[in-house]
Design a protein around this ligand. Structure first.
Ligand SMILES: [Zn+2]
Length: 295
């Protein structure tokens, strides 16, 4: 199975060596950049993904032809392709800002590391206001303390994805550990658990893909270009989000583990901005099926 390995500090993160090694096993994966919501935590990942590489590989996955790699593709688009390569979707790999005015434009908003005490609720209200669907990738240690917020996510018509129990790197684990990480969150969330997992730090390897697939999950990566995990000033975050806005993109933001004031402030600017540009906000195709239907 072909793999790409990069080893350098390509993200420009001080004192941090980031390596990318992405299997081109495209089943269920929508690769995208590395993220580290825990700024003080050493990166343990031996397998992290970088934005450009991820997008390139993703396009190759979607097309099945490495010679047609194009940065016009988007993670959300390939995500849709991974669900069902023949499925009709407006988020094609070729779709972009230059699409005709009559074309529908979609963004896939996702929020990791929650739920948070009040911030998740604020984000839910904002999403309601703009008729926006999103996926909340919760992790167990947080969710078990915030069961009320879990129910709130569902009550607002949003989707819950699996972000593991401990928020450790699945690529460093045995199969049994990976299963435990996934099952414990699924048990907590119950019937509301969607059949998709976003690996913490976007750490993946062949085993992670295989175990996830075996247990009914699609692996969902995404575009971390907002850098909201670093809590930048609102203006900077807004600019980051505008820079990664493209049809079909799967945008990673964070509603936790603490309340995210900058993310909320930026959403208040971006949701109407996106809407004015003609975007709608839909649930990631890989997360539309309940896990209970896959197991
Ligand atoms: Zn995370």
């Amino acid at each position: 199975m072909p793999q790409l390995t990069l080893g350098t500090n390509l993200l420009g993160v001080p004192g941090r060596a980031v390596s990318a090694r992405l299997s081109q096993d495209c089943d269920g994966a929508d690769p995208a950049p590395a993220h580290d919501p825990w700024q003080t935590e050493p990166v343990k990942s031996r397998i992290m993904l970088l934005p450009a590489i991820a997008v390139l590989l993703l396009s190759a996955c979607a097309s099945g032809d490495s010679s047609s790699m194009s940065i016009e593709s988007s993670s959300g688009a390939a995500d849709a392709q991974a669900v069902n390569p023949t499925a009709s979707t407006s988020a094609t790999p070729q779709a972009s800002e230059s699409a005709s005015p009559t074309s529908s434009k979609v963004l896939y908003l996702t929020f990791d590391d929650g739920p948070a005490a009040s911030g998740t609720g604020e984000i839910l209200k904002l999403l309601d206001k703009y008729d926006a669907k999103a996926v909340f990738f919760v992790y167990g240690e947080m969710a078990v303390q915030r069961k009320k917020q879990l129910k709130e996510i569902v009550a607002h018509g949003q989707t819950i994805g699996n972000h593991t129990w401990h928020h450790d790197n699945l690529a460093d684990m045995s199969e049994a550990q990976i299963v435990e990480e996934l099952d414990s969150v699924a048990d907590l969330v119950g019937d509301d658990m969607a059949a998709c997992v976003r690996p913490p730090y976007l750490g993946v390897d062949d085993q992670v893909f295989a175990v996830a697939r075996k247990h009914g999950y699609k692996v969902v990566m995404g575009d971390l270009g907002s850098n909201d995990w670093a809590n930048p000033p609102t203006d900077e975050l807004v600019a980051n989000l505008k820079s990664i806005t493209k049809n079909g993109n799967n945008i990673i933001m964070h509603d936790g583990p603490e309340d995210r004031a900058s993310t909320i402030a930026a959403l208040k600017v971006m949701l109407p901005w996106w809407q004015d540009k003609g975007y709608t906000f839909e649930t990631l195709p890989n997360c539309t099926q309940p896990l209970s239907e896959k197991q």
